[in-house]
Design a protein around this ligand. Structure first.
Ligand code: CMX
Length: 440
């Protein structure tokens, strides 16, 4: 049976001529034009990134390698006795575009186990950080600290053909991916659970082992599998994916690149929104003295947030124009596993009220919930109430997507990123507000 790496290499060889042909024969074909509002407004909608790992349709939501979320969950081999698939099988899918067999999946499970040991100096580094350091800072620092392990950096320094870049990049990405769950769980147990780390159990798959190291009983293993897969990839333009890709485009290795991407994920408009949602909900509940709110009370709280100039966390999206299917997928999990949980009921009530409030407010282009609106409820239900840790969970999942992407970036020889900037005066000139200055 071919290994994942062999299968990936075959795919890379098949794909390379497609990219080469596009650039050589069709390089001048236009994909669109850039307007002033796009230049000022975060390049929204500008088509200048290429990825085949996932695609985000504004109305349908994400597809991983062409598959919707339900199709992905149904197609991948499941862990025996569990409802969700192996994360390792999903990694195989993201990298190759092929649904792996159980045998191929288990090969990745074993491969990751062999790569999973976290170097002692990473633990030492984490332990030197003040305990009130945000867990995302710890997570990002741990990843960056391991840069000395980079095989890509070593091989590059020795001298290597561009055609071979993907190989050490793949090795770095697998090494990193295999270690991230243990790093995350270590941070959690050190920071929030009285410094009581739980040793990894080599008999378990990634999701099972993560739940074990977190010290949370079943079915949290399935929660972890679901969570990592749902948060993995959202095409290439979001801040964490784009940052990882951008840094990697300078031939920085996977450690530098992922650490940078994780820093982007830590922004409140991006991944940190999952922490903000729970913070907002808890503040609101506290103000009500813990009683179940009425829709009117909820509406008022949402307006208070908007009127104070803040955003409603967990709502809105730069691309999506409907309820995020990642939200729906988690809602279905809740309906099945915790239908009567008060926090779930409150989140459902927010779902009923917030879109109307946002529409009346009239600013957000998308008044519907995104992935972050629902995710904290599930974590809270299973005892993970330290909500400033939630973005780390997002980060472990997001690594699957961005690391698969930068492996392919290297395989296809994508160029160093260098968009062009203009000055405000040039924009005013283009707009016809001012005349072009006469050249002397
Ligand atoms: N609450 C209040 N105002 C909102 C809003 C929300 N949830 N979503 C958008 N808006 C506002 C924007 O702040 C913007 O206001 P200004 O014109 O004053 O700048 C206006 O509506 C237009 O924004 P938009 O085009 O609809 O949205 P953007 O593409 O600029 O931003 C996002 C997208 C996600 C940053 C924004 O919707 C937001 O801030 N949401 C809340 C934070 C959140 O949930 N982020 C997580 C997203 C998913 C993820 O990456 O994890």
């Amino acid at each position: 049976m071919a290994t994942l790496k062999e299968t990936l290499f075959k795919k890379i060889q098949e794909h390379r001529p497609r990219t080469t042909r596009l650039v050589k024969e069709f390089g001048d074909v236009k994909l669109g034009e850039v307007t002033i509002s796009q230049a000022i407004g975060g390049a929204r909608g500008v088509k200048c990134l290429v990825t085949d790992i996932s695609y985000l349709d504004p109305m349908e939501g994400i597809r991983f390698r062409g598959m919707t979320i339900p199709e992905t969950f149904a197609a991948l081999p499941k862990v025996p006795g569990c409802e969700y698939p192996y994360v390792e099988g999903f990694w195989y899918l993201l990298l190759t575009g092929e649904v792996p067999t159980m045998e191929q999946t288990l090969q990745v499970v074993e491969d990751f186990k062999a790569r999973a040991e976290v170097p002692r100096y990473v633990i030492d580094l984490l332990r030197t950080m003040p305990r009130d350091t945000h867990p995302m800072t710890m997570f990002s620092s741990a990843i960056l600290a391991m840069q000395r392990e980079s095989i890509f950096a070593k091989k590059y320094a020795e001298g290597m053909s561009k055609m071979d870049y993907w190989d050490p990049m793949y090795e770095d990405c697998c090494n990193l991916m295999a270690k991230l769950p243990e790093i995350a769980a270590y941070i959690y147990r050190m920071k929030y659970k009285g410094d009581t780390p739980i040793a990894s159990n080599k008999d378990l798959d990634m999701g099972g082992n993560f739940a074990h190291m977190m010290g949370i009983a079943k079915p949290y293993d399935d929660v972890a599998r679901m969570y990592f897969i749902l948060h993995s990839d959202h095409e290439s333009g979001n801040v964490s994916a784009h940052t990882t890709h951008l840094v990697a485009s300078a031939l920085s290795d996977a450690y530098y690149s992922l650490s940078a991407g994780i820093n982007g994920l830590a922004g409140p408009l991006h991944g940190l929104a999952n922490q903000e949602v729970l913070g907002w909900t808890q503040d609101f509940m506290n103000k009500l003295g813990g009683k179940v709110p009425t829709e009117e009370e909820l509406k008022k709280a949402l307006w208070d947030t908007l009127n104070s100039g803040q955003v409603i966390p967990g709502y809105g999206h730069a691309v999506l124009r409907k309820t995020d299917p990642r939200y729906t997928s988690q809602m279905e999990f809740c309906q099945k596993n915790l239908p009567d949980y008060p926090l779930f009921k409150l989140v459902n009530m927010i779902y009923k009220v917030a879109p109307g409030v946002l529409m009346e407010h009239g600013k957000a282009k998308n008044p519907w919930p995104n992935v972050d609106a629902q995710s904290g409820v599930i974590q809270w239900y299973y005892g993970l109430t330290e909500y400033d840790f939630y973005t780390v969970l997002f980060g472990v999942g997001r690594a699957l997507g961005v690391l698969a992407n930068i492996t392919w970036d290297r395989a296809l020889g994508y160029a160093i990123e260098r968009p062009k900037s203009v000055t405000t005066a040039m924009l005013e000139e283009a707009a016809g507000i001012t005349k072009k200055a006469a050249s002397n």
